[in-house]
Design a protein around this ligand. Structure first.
Ligand code: DGP
Length: 116
């Protein structure tokens, strides 16, 4: 686990405000401050991991609950029929800027492929 509090740690504790759209025991979801699509939400696990490399075999439940949360958020936002994109920027080449594992949900428009 990383030590220094990130902006997402502070959103989780309420120290920094966010436009929250969903919360349960495992995840918090809030709107991205710099949206790249009509719907752009970030889903974070309530227990911080910095990136994928930290996840161990014993974290399968943690990872499963994170993805279950992503599914729930997308459904609640009404994205299931038209579809959406799920993105995890991981590490430097992945353009990760916040060192707290998080999942982007992007919807409300057609996406292109490949990503840049
Ligand atoms: P990345 O680490 O590249 O997956 O991107 C982090 C995302 O977090 C980026 O799309 C912008 C968003 N973000 C950064 N700071 C804040 C903040 O204070 N509030 C919210 N709601 N989003 C933020």
């Amino acid at each position: 686990m990383a030590e220094e509090a990130t902006i997402f740690d502070k959103i989780l504790t309420g120290e920094i405000p966010a436009d929250k759209v969903y919360e349960d025991d495992d995840v918090l979801a809030f709107r991205d401050i710099n949206p790249q699509a009509p719907v752009h939400v970030l889903v974070i696990p309530k227990r911080r991991a910095e990136r994928f490399a930290e996840l161990k075999h014993s974290d399968t439940g943690f990872a499963g609950r994170l993805f279950q949360g992503v599914s729930r958020v997308a459904t609640e936002l009404g994205l299931d029929d038209d579809g959406y994109r799920v993105v995890v920027n991981n590490g430097r080449n992945g353009q990760q800027t916040v060192e707290y594992l998080h999942v982007h949900i992007l919807g409300g428009r057609g996406m292109t492929w490949p990503p840049g």
